[in-house]
Design a protein around this ligand. Structure first.
Ligand code: FES
Ligand code: FES
Length: 152
């Protein structure tokens, strides 16, 4: 076990865990930030996506020891009140079905639009294609990302 001081959603958190513990387990099991979801656990689905210094990153395969001083943002920290442009667009388009993949989708979309504020549909598809949705909400996700790009 080792002590790690993590910066998450603008706050410092101390955790005492094995150094190879995935960040996802630290978030969910040690800090109670359960908005980030576990699905495949092998970096194949995107359900566990968080931001690491603003980059969309899979947290299920990221050892906590490699986070260092990087700023982690989870879905809980995307906005205080659900008013981030992607969250508003998601509501407007009514994207979610079961909802399980959606936090990861939102985090990927938010990081993407920060880098590419005026994307083409093809760029949106490419950016979002590592996030899987078993409910098949892909067309609505594309629509919501395009709407967020227009309205923010
Ligand atoms: S749970 Fe991390 S990519 Fe699937
Ligand atoms: S909304 Fe159900 S898995 Fe995506």
């Amino acid at each position: 076990m080792a002590n790690f001081n993590l910066k998450i959603n603008g706050q410092s958190h101390q955790v005492d865990v094995d150094e190879d513990t995935p960040l996802l387990w630290v978030l969910r099991d040690h800090l109670g930030l359960v908005g980030t979801k576990y699905s495949c656990g092998i970096a194949q689905c995107g359900a566990c996506t968080v931001h690491l210094n603003g980059e969309a990153t899979f947290s299920c395969t990221l050892p906590v020891s490699s986070v260092g001083t990087d700023e982690v943002t989870t879905i809980e920290g995307l906005s205080k009140d659900g008013t981030h442009p992607v969250q508003k667009a998601w509501d407007e388009v009514d994207v979610a079905q079961c909802g399980y993949c959606q936090a990861g989708q939102l985090m990927t979309a938010a990081a993407f639009l920060k880098k590419n504020p005026k994307p083409s549909i093809e760029e949106i598809e490419n950016a979002m294609n590592r996030n899987l949705c078993r409910c098949g909400t892909y067309h609505k996700i594309r629509e919501a990302v395009a709407l967020a790009a227009k309205t923010k």
